[in-house]
Write a protein that binds this ligand. Structure first.
Ligand SMILES: Nc1nc2c(ncn2[C@@H]2O[C@H](COP(=O)(O)OP(=O)(O)OP(=O)(O)O)[C@@H](O)[C@H]2O)c(=O)[nH]1
Ligand SMILES: [Mg+2]
Length: 235
């Protein structure tokens, strides 16, 4: 079994070594693919340094900040090419504790896509200001109604995806980039016949590095999701 964990990075030098280490130490089948958008803080140089120690770390260097959605799309394609049986998406900032990878590995036969979810056991988010929790929670309720996808945490960035589920989706149809990208992928998985389940995680706000969240990302998600139903995502 080969599991490739895609971690997109933009200025994550304070987290990068630790997150790679933490992921690889969970399970032997895990490899890491860092998709770095030419981070000015030199994140990619640290990854290249790490690659000298192990063959389980891959690096995709892109020319500039092209957005999270496009980083994942390129990461998916490369992971499939490298022969991954499962593809994981995860943030570099420790909001997604790597220990949950073991829960996902254990659950892998139960669904095509497994989401690390903040909203299936009440609301499990640590250190976010109340206004950000409320925004995220209600944006999720809204997205659930508009898309019809029965997932509580549609904007989650922590996902364990089977090769089969990814191969069913025509990635060239997936256009969103921020939180909208997470919702669109869930819609694409669900509308191409994949099953989705959620496993609870405790989400922690980042302790190191800077946030890349902004109003455009939220607006894209709120408005963009209306278009999903009119698209056919079948590969
Ligand atoms: N390659 C690439 N990675 C990105 C880009 N934007 C964000 N990231 C990475 O994507 C992951 C999620 O971004 P975050 O900035 O943590 O977004 P967030 O969790 O919504 O907000 P904060 O945790 O408050 O910063 C992190 O690993 C970022 O480094 C981008 O344009 N390109
Ligand atoms: Mg974050």
């Amino acid at each position: 079994m080969k599991i490739i964990v895609i971690i997109p990075t933009y200025n994550e030098k304070e987290n990068i070594n630790q997150i790679i280490e933490a992921v690889l130490s969970q399970h032997d089948a895990l490899e890491v693919l860092i998709v770095d958008d030419n981070s000015p803080d030199g994140t990619a140089i640290m990854v290249e340094e790490y690659q000298k120690k192990t063959e389980k770390v891959h690096l995709l260097k892109r020319s500039g900040k092209l957005g999270l959605g496009s980083a994942y799309r390129e990461g998916y394609v490369l992971s499939l090419k490298k022969g991954a049986d499962y593809i994981v998406q995860m943030d570099a900032d420790f909001s997604h504790n790597p220990k949950y990878l073991l829960d996902m590995i254990e659950l892998r036969e139960h669904a095509d896509v497994i989401i690390g979810s903040r909203y299936i056991k009440g609301i499990s988010v640590l250190n976010w200001p109340l206004r950000r929790i409320l925004l995220s929670y209600f944006a999720n309720q809204y997205a659930k109604i508009i898309t019809g996808v029965k997932v509580e945490d549609l904007t989650a960035g922590f996902k364990f995806i089977s090769r089969k589920a990814l191969e069913r989706v025509d990635l060239s149809k997936v256009k969103s980039n921020g939180y909208g990208f997470q919702i669109e992928m869930n819609y694409a998985f669900s509308s191409t016949g994949s099953t989705i389940m959620e496993t609870p995680i405790l989400f922690m706000d980042r302790e190191h590095g800077v946030s890349k969240m902004n109003k455009e990302i939220i607006l894209e998600a709120l408005i963009g999701i209306w278009a999903f139903r009119f698209k056919n995502y079948k590969a």
